[in-house]
Design a protein around this ligand. Structure first.
Ligand code: BTN
Length: 231
């Protein structure tokens, strides 16, 4: 059986507050699996952990898709789909930032109402963004694929196809694909409560970290905020 296609029906707007907000409203009102909201620009794009997501008009994939009966590893699934669509050189920084040459080219915001059986997967990909024109605080870590604007729409089509494949893939395959692209493996990382060496993800998608004591702990993406190492 082939994976159900994503992207229909599609609502495209030139400008919107946040595509995630609109897709959430549609999902709550009964929109089907695969319903898609895209925009050329967002005035209130949202990121994980309360952050703002900034981009440039027409230079990025800015999409939110309704996922019915979402699988538990949805954020990791999305990251693998984005990385695969980008191609060689794309790495994933746990749980779901996609990096190229160490710079973040894509952010993913999965939100949902599990008790109602739906989630919204919001994805931004800097396909043709000029990083020099982003706000200074974003420029420091942001990257771009540096492709022409004409590639934004084809990228979206390929991404939706990859997403529908990975949504249907066995968990072991998904985890293997995620682990192949792990940007943090072996790196020293810091979070709110400590520092340690990243040691991959477990089967629940939690980040494994080996502490100086030799003990290994797991971090949950919903609770942990990865920071920079104290200098
Ligand atoms: C992050 O890295 O913090 C997540 C960024 C997610 C951005 C996308 S852009 C499309 C969708 N609409 C939003 O408001 N946010 C997501």
């Amino acid at each position: 059986m082939s994976a159900p296609a994503l992207g229909t029906p599609r609502l495209h707007l030139r400008t919107i507050g946040s595509t995630n907000d609109r897709a959430r409203d549609l999902a709550a009102a009964g929109a089907p699996h695969g319903a898609l909201v895209t925009a050329s620009a967002q005035s209130a794009g949202r990121g994980r952990q309360g952050r703002v997501w900034t981009t440039q008009v027409g230079a990025a994939v800015t999409m939110s898709v309704v996922v019915r009966d979402p699988p538990p590893l949805l954020p990791l699934i999305a990251a693998v789909a984005v990385a695969e669509t980008i191609g060689d050189g794309a790495r994933i920084k746990w749980p779901n930032d996609v990096l190229v040459d160490g710079r973040k080219v894509s952010g993913i915001l999965a939100e949902g109402r599990p008790h109602e059986g739906w989630a919204v997967l919001g994805i931004g990909v800097n396909v043709a963004v000029d990083v020099a024109l982003l706000p200074p605080e974003v420029q420091e870590r942001a990257g771009s694929l540096g492709r022409p604007r004409s590639e934004v729409e084809p990228f979206l089509s390929s991404l939706l196809a990859a997403l529908s494949r990975w949504l249907a893939a066995p968990r072991a395959e998904l985890l293997a694909a995620w682990r192949e692209r792990d940007a943090l493996l072996g790196q020293t990382i810091a979070w709110t409560d400590g520092t340690g060496t990243a040691a991959g993800v477990d089967d629940a998608g939690e980040l494994l970290v080996t502490l100086a004591s030799g003990e290994t702990v797991s971090l949950n993406a919903g609770e942990v905020h990865l920071g920079r190492l104290p200098s």
